[in-house]
Design a protein around this ligand. Structure first.
Ligand code: WT7
Length: 630
């Protein structure tokens, strides 16, 4: 993007119920933010004291641009905050995890005490395999409690986990194993999805043919009869547990020791191993879970993400367990065996806080109102969204059809790299559909031009973070150059790679990735804006737009559209959609071409892969597509 550009801003707002605000953990956001800005280190010092530390820190933050240390010389183990302190207190018998299989027939519950015992035993099992502090362990598992146990067991002994989402194929898995030089792989025979089995172990074996670093493989066997294992290399999860001693003290970790590596795919090049550390990450994930979702003792919390993504790391595992809430985990697809499956779980389990992605919300919208209408969703009190812009249309649907017009929506902007929520609309503040909101207390987020100067309201620019924050990435595994690039692009700032705009009140609207910008006749058009305009038409379920070279305009917009259930495209529809976009965004944003498709190419985390559409359209190489679903 060469210049900053003008963006038309929506004006609609929803005022939350004043009772929500009064009861919130952060009842006065402007004040909380002012307090943070007055004394950032004091703010984080107070938060960190709410966790368990073995040795206090000498200094809250050491900033040696672009390298940060947090809670310098402090020692802790995140599992002491996530497990031991709850198990030793009033939460001993409180459910930590309620797991359900796809469709909800199978249920397993782990109390905080039970989860702690499971984790300690598995930690000892890992030690039997020769895993120690600093060793890397790759976890390639379905969405089962053992996946969470494996992560926490690594943390318990100071091993660095690298979770690879169970939907990835052998190449993606092998690349990640080798980059991290993992010594042990933890997997399962199968995952269950849409009533079918996914042969995880077979996929893993294919990857293992190319990963000489892996010495041992732990296999959770779920199928009957049990698959045969290779005794030289493989060990059954249950056998390992049986052989292991029950008690395992939490290893004292330096605050800056690595806790995990998680791979994120850049738009180009090999995936980046984002490194997070023990101290700052724990503090950031804990604080945001507690305050952004406003977690109370009686909550039943469900984040639909898989721990294979950062959302699962921070908001299925570490954040919620550090807070001591009850975490719901459901394996399988949220619309299987029927489009009401997800809402049935909310009703049956009495879910109060629900966190999902816009792609899922739009999918449910597409199925129609009658599915959520079948179930009593009145236990819900907070709704969250993450991963992509929550377009106003989807916001409205989520707010009214799922939240009953009663629940605040926290649209949380953050990244694998940030480790924690960075911007949202804190509960109690006015919500504006289409806008994520403002920086969370503890973060300094801004929209700037190329030189780092803030742009005026209504002008698009780059979304950046101005100050280090505790859960920030500490590096890209084995590639310092790529780490430095985050802080080199715009002077003095962490560049997120997203485009955004602020309104008069300082609310931030995320327009999409900077590389998804289309320049049409000299105007910068954000894909998200055009897509949002298309989706606001009754016939449209989802849309993806790309730029196509055009001799006249430089680029022309092409839209790929999926339609809502029951809509059949007739001759008039494309013209109508074009008029609809023209009305909302002006003539420059009108797609020159509209193609109706059954589905859009997405990453396994639900992001639309526009570059795949572009490559297909232009007959080019799509680049790395290891993250593409199916
Ligand atoms: C990118 C980071 C953070 C967990 C999931 C994705 C986009 C994320 C939002 C939001 C608009 C969002 C951004 C960001 N994104 N949340 N609330 N509104 N866009 O993690 O895979 O590291 O992706 O997701 O483009 O840069 P990730």
């Amino acid at each position: 993007m060469e210049e900053t550009f003008a963006v038309k801003l929506e004006k609609k707002r929803y005022l939350p119920d004043p009772r929500c605000r009064a009861a919130a953990r952060v009842p006065d956001y402007p004040r909380a933010y002012r307090e943070f800005m007055r004394d950032p280190e004091g703010f984080w010092d107070r938060v960190a004291r709410e966790l368990v530390w073995f040795k206090p820190w000498d200094q809250v933050r050491e900033w040696n641009y672009p390298y940060a240390k947090w809670f310098v010389n402090g020692q802790l183990n995140i599992t002491a905050s996530c497990l031991d302190r709850h198990a030793a207190g009033d939460r001993k018998d409180k459910p930590a995890i309620i797991w359900r299989g796809e469709g909800g027939e199978e249920e397993r519950v782990f109390t905080y005490d039970g989860l702690r015992r499971e984790v300690m035993r598995f930690a000892n099992g890992l030690k039997l395999l020769g895993v120690g502090k600093g060793d890397r362990v790759c976890i390639y598992m379905p969405l089962v409690p053992e996946q969470v146990v494996a992560m926490l067991a690594c943390a318990r002994i100071g091993a660095v986990h690298s979770v690879v989402f169970g939907g990835f194929g052998p190449d993606a898995l092998a690349t990640r194993i080798n980059d991290a030089a993992a010594k042990v792989l933890i997997t399962a025979d199968v995952a269950y999805r849409r009533g079918k089995t996914v042969p995880l172990r077979e996929i893993a074996l294919e990857a293992l043919a190319r990963t000489p670093c892996v010495e041992r493989v732990v296999v959770l066997r779920r199928e009957h009869p049990k698959v045969d294992l290779d005794p030289d290399r493989e060990v059954d999860y249950a056998d390992l547990m049986a052989a292991a001693a029950p008690s395992s003290p939490a290893e004292a970790m330096d605050a800056e020791d690595p806790l995990f590596i998680l791979y994120t795919s850049g738009s180009t090049g090999a995936p980046k191993g984002i490194v997070h550390t023990c101290g700052g990450y724990a503090v950031g994930a804990y604080y945001t879970t507690k305050c952004v979702f406003d977690i109370k003792e009686s909550d039943v919390y469900w984040c639909t993400a898989d721990p294979g993504w950062i959302t699962g790391h921070s908001y299925v595992v570490y954040g919620p367990l550090a807070v001591g809430t009850t975490v719901v985990i459901v394996e399988g697809a949220p619309d299987h065996p029927d489009p009401g499956a997800c809402w049935r779980q909310v009703r049956d389990l009495g879910v109060t806080v629900f966190y999902t992605a816009p792609t899922a919300i739009r999918m449910f919208m597409r199925y129609g109102d009658r599915w959520p209408a079948k179930y009593d969703l009145s236990t819900l009190r907070v709704l969250g969204s993450v991963g992509e812009p929550l377009n106003p249309e989807a916001f409205e649907w989520y707010y009214h059809r799922i939240g009953g017009g009663r629940c605040p929506i926290v649209d949380t902007w953050w990244q694998t790299e940030t480790g924690m929520h960075m911007a949202t609309t804190m509960i109690g503040e006015a919500m504006k559909p289409g806008f994520v909101g403002k920086a969370v207390p503890g973060a300094v987020v801004d929209v700037v031009d190329r030189t780092g100067r803030p742009v005026p309201p209504g002008t698009g620019g780059f979304l950046v973070v101005r100050e280090p924050w505790p859960a920030m990435l500490r590096g890209v595994h084995g590639n310092d150059e790529r780490y430095r690039a985050y802080w080199n692009t715009i002077p003095g700032c962490y560049t997120a790679g997203d485009l955004a705009v602020k309104d008069e009140d300082g609310y931030i609207m995320v327009l999409g990735r900077a590389d998804d910008l289309i320049v049409v006749a000299g105007h910068n058009i954000g894909t998200a804006e055009v897509e949002s305009a298309l989706v606001s038409h009754d016939a449209v379920a989802e849309a993806a737009v790309i730029g196509k070279p055009d001799p006249l305009k430089g680029n022309a917009i092409k839209a790929f559209v999926t339609l809502r259930a029951g809509v059949i495209p007739d001759d008039g529809l494309s013209g109508e959609l074009a008029r609809h976009v023209k009305k909302s965004l002006g003539p420059v944003a009108v797609p020159a071409e509209i193609e109706y498709v059954d589905r859009l190419p997405k990453t396994r985390s639900g992001k639309i892969m526009r570059r795949v559409l572009r490559a297909r359209e232009l007959g080019m190489d799509p680049g790395d597509i290891s993250t593409l679903e199916e």
